[in-house]
Design a protein around this ligand. Structure first.
Ligand code: ATP
Length: 272
């Protein structure tokens, strides 16, 4: 990725604080031959929501799986560059290690245990922590405070709940692990706009009230930028643009053609 001409992250105007997550110039190859990501770099500052935007097949899920170290299970590998979480290289770590360090990924497609109740699905998220009994109950109540719908549906089989509720179960289950960082893969996928707004509102609450930093991959650019602090646009495995989310929205609302005050990257423009 080219050197940025303006500060990369919103709060980095002064002395640069180390980002919580730093992806530097990674290349990813599947099956030893399929080159999918080329020179991808991004940062997630502590306490921020960062959106990774792009269409089908752009490489969003691959980027998230590289970060959570789930790539190996799909015969993929990071062959160049580096990824640091909390200042530590993650190359030799397992997905379990990442959860232990506070990073949890919510996979695309929700992936609930259909034959378990909503509550039992949530409880599975706590197995990574040494808690039981009253502590699990407390953790559940904390999740229900953000997802009141799940409390009313807690005895229903997850397979019989709506798509929006299943997405809530998937995020709520991730929260049971008490993460400091969530990787969310297309939380809006296949959901009605009203439900998408509800889920993104909860995501913002989790960020603001629980202090969870979030990297979310989305095709729904407008929704993602409305809730994110910063955005990166991925096309064909390369970051083509990046900038503060508010600036991008402003640009969308005013003029798509105006480039004044914008900065260029790889021949394209992200409003700044
Ligand atoms: P989508 O929104 O459709 O999931 P995406 O931006 O998340 O798209 P990826 O799923 O990361 O994109 O896929 C990027 C490219 O990598 C695609 O061309 C895809 O076919 C390819 N790819 C993904 N997973 C594998 C795999 N396990 N083996 C080989 N190629 C893969």
């Amino acid at each position: 990725m080219q050197q940025l001409s303006v500060p990369l992250a919103p709060e980095q105007a002064g002395a640069a604080a180390a980002p919580l997550l730093a992806v530097r110039n990674i290349e990813v190859i599947y099956d030893h031959v399929i080159l999918v990501l080329r020179g991808v770099s991004l940062e997630v500052p502590q306490g921020k929501i960062v959106a990774l935007l792009g269409g089908n097949g752009a490489g969003k899920s691959t980027t998230l799986k590289s970060i959570s170290t789930l790539l190996a299970s799909e015969r993929g590998a990071v062959t160049k560059g580096s990824i640091e979480f909390r200042g530590r290289r993650i190359d030799a770590l397992s997905p379990g290690d990442m959860v232990g360090m506070g990073m949890v990924q919510v996979m695309e497609g929700r992936h609930c245990f259909a034959h378990l109740s909503v509550e039992d699905n949530l409880i599975t998220g706590a197995y990574t922590r040494p808690i039981k009994g009253a502590e699990v109950r407390d953790a559940l109540e904390r999740v229900y405070a953000y997802f009141p719908r799940l409390k009313t549906r807690r005895t229903s089989l997850a397979g019989y709940t709506s798509g929006g509720e299943q997405q809530m179960v998937a995020i709520g289950r991730a929260m049971m692990a008490k993460p400091s960082m969530l990787l969310l893969d297309e939380p809006s996928m296949g959901l009605a706009p009203q439900i998408v707004a509800e889920i993104f509102g909860i995501i913002r609450d989790l960020n603001e009230k629980e202090g969870v930093s979030i990297l979310l991959a989305e095709q729904n650019t407008n929704v993602a930028l409305k809730y994110a602090d910063y955005g990166y646009i991925l096309e064909s495995g390369r970051i083509m643009m990046d900038g503060p989310a508010s600036a991008r929205l402003q640009r969308t609302r005013t003029s798509r053609s105006s480039t004044s005050g914008c900065r260029r990257k790889a021949g394209r423009v992200f409003a700044a």
